[in-house]
Design a protein around this ligand. Structure first.
Ligand code: SF4
Length: 252
């Protein structure tokens, strides 16, 4: 049996008995994953209000250090977790993808908040990306506006479970010919080019929104906004005052 296989020859009952005597039985794979999941280094960057919750998670009350993930690194080269905390604008998207590309393998990504998952309250904004998963793969989606620090800790635990389930021999970053460089979009005059990475995300073939939510509410077109830069209008001439009329004289 290979050293890296998850299955052990020692059953759980015997393992537990041996651990009481101070003997630890494990596999190389378990040991490796235990080390990785207990020392996740997130990247130190935030995009909007969700980042405040992320910062709170690192403070004393919630203390992300309990999970070994307190070392927020200021460089993507030293990080293995990107937490996209906040609204991703189209202008910011190329930078986020570039930073993700610069992170060393194995790397993971948590999208924190409705904004980074799907645009959140700004979904109809012309400048907001409707989900970072259009360009880079996401491991954990964390909904909420904003998600509380407990939610981020829960997302981190889910990520730890994922790391625990990986097998060294099969993980993609140890395979030959791995190319994990994601194309960086460019911001053109009409938004991002391309609009999404088809290897990571594809639009739905059938749009079920009408069936689920009914007909969309159509809002009337807004009146044209006033031009604040226009020259001020000349003052109006004062209106002539009306002359008081004399009452008719009484006839005798
Ligand atoms: S999801 Fe809500 S709290 Fe988070 S960045 Fe968007 S608007 Fe702010």
């Amino acid at each position: 049996m290979g050293l890296t296989q998850n299955a052990t020859v020692v059953d759980d009952g015997l393992k537990s008995e041996l651990s009481k005597k101070g003997i630890v039985v494990t596999t190389m794979n378990e040991l490796y994953n235990w080390g990785r999941r207990s020392s996740i280094w997130p990247m130190q960057f935030g995009l909007a209000c969700c980042a405040i919750e992320m910062i709170a998670t690192a403070c004393a009350r919630y203390d992300i250090a309990r999970f070994g993930a307190e070392l927020f690194r200021a460089s993507p080269r030293q990080s293995d977790l990107m937490i996209v905390a906040g609204t991703v604008t189209k202008k910011m998207t190329p930078q986020v993808v570039r930073l993700y590309n610069q992170m060393a393998e194995p790397k993971y990504l948590i999208t924190m908040g409705a904004c980074s998952i799907a645009g959140g309250p700004f979904i109809d904004g012309y400048n907001v990306l409707r989900g970072i998963d259009r360009f880079i793969p996401v491991d954990v989606h964390l909904p909420g506006c904003p998600p509380r620090p407990e939610a981020l800790l829960y997302g981190l635990m889910e990520l730890q479970k994922k790391i625990d389930s990986q097998v060294i021999e099969k993980t993609e970053w140890y395979q030959k010919g791995l190319t994990r460089e994601f194309p960086i979009p460019e911001l053109g005059p009409r938004g991002l080019v391309p609009k999404f990475n088809p290897e990571v995300w594809q639009p739905r073939e059938v749009d079920h929104r009408k069936e689920r939510y009914g007909q969309p509410i159509v809002i009337r077109r807004k009146a044209k906004a006033p031009d604040l830069d226009a020259a001020p209008a000349p003052p109006r001439p004062a209106a002539a005052k009306p002359q008081p009329t004399q009452p008719p004289k009484p006839t005798v």
